[in-house]
Design a protein around this ligand. Sequence first.
Ligand code: 2AM
Ligand code: CA
Length: 267
Amino acid sequence: MEYKSSELNTAIRAAQVAGAITREKFGELSQADIRAKEFKDFVTVVDKACEAAISAIIAESFPDDSMLCEEGTVMAGTSGRIWIVDPLDGTLNFIHSFPVFSISIALKDGNNELLTGVVYQPLLDELFTAERGKGAYLNDKKISITSRTDKESFLMATGLPFKEYDDYLESAIGMLKDVMHDSAGIRRAGSAAIDLAYTACGRFDGFWEYRLFPWDFSAGVLLVREAGGIVTNFAGEHNVFNTQSILAGSSVTHPLLLEKTLRHFRT
Ligand code: 2AM
Ligand code: CA
């Protein structure tokens, strides 16, 4: 593992503190700990506790930076840099004691360039890290995007629509049908950050999802790119902050998926 910047060390420390909170409460939530913030979109005391811990650690180390967190913590700094935090990605899984969730922390500069990314899966103690230009790592071991080339062996990942999908349900189903045909299988694990981290290390051969937010994908996008992969939106544009669609894969799988998103989706 290369030298880690103080930004990366801070993100790792924050993710591990939050990870300890999730491990303590996993399988122990009561109804009173859960609230529907929107239709089919939940928040728990654990999301809130993780966000408080992460934002305090980052603010203490980098008081001039801004912060954007899923559960509403905002800091307006002067540096132009923004920390983007999902304190618990996969909240619905967590509520159901389905053991797939993560903590996602990213840092980008004022030009939308991602500098640092951490995705931590606490139950497996798997820490995915990346810094711009320095490669991507899983528990300090360098990782790379898939090298698979035959369609029949691909394991693809996606997120299925779960709310407000009337305008794109047919597109999503058309896309699924096509990828079913061109892969060995498709997984919907429920944490976009994990889907991207698993794509970065070659467990998944590709990933696509519509209607994501920056906290879901920012750290994972840097992981995939630093692992040698390609990430764009569904239109093939590299600025993923323009739209809410994410498409990730290798030089073989990304074009395969892009041809399909261009056919099925308008954005
Ligand atoms: P979250 O747990 O941080 O909210 C992509 O599917 C993303 O949508 C997930 O990473 C998840 O992030 C979010 N999401 C919110 N509500 C969801 C739901 N009911 N089902 C699936 N994903 C949901
Ligand atoms: Ca979340």
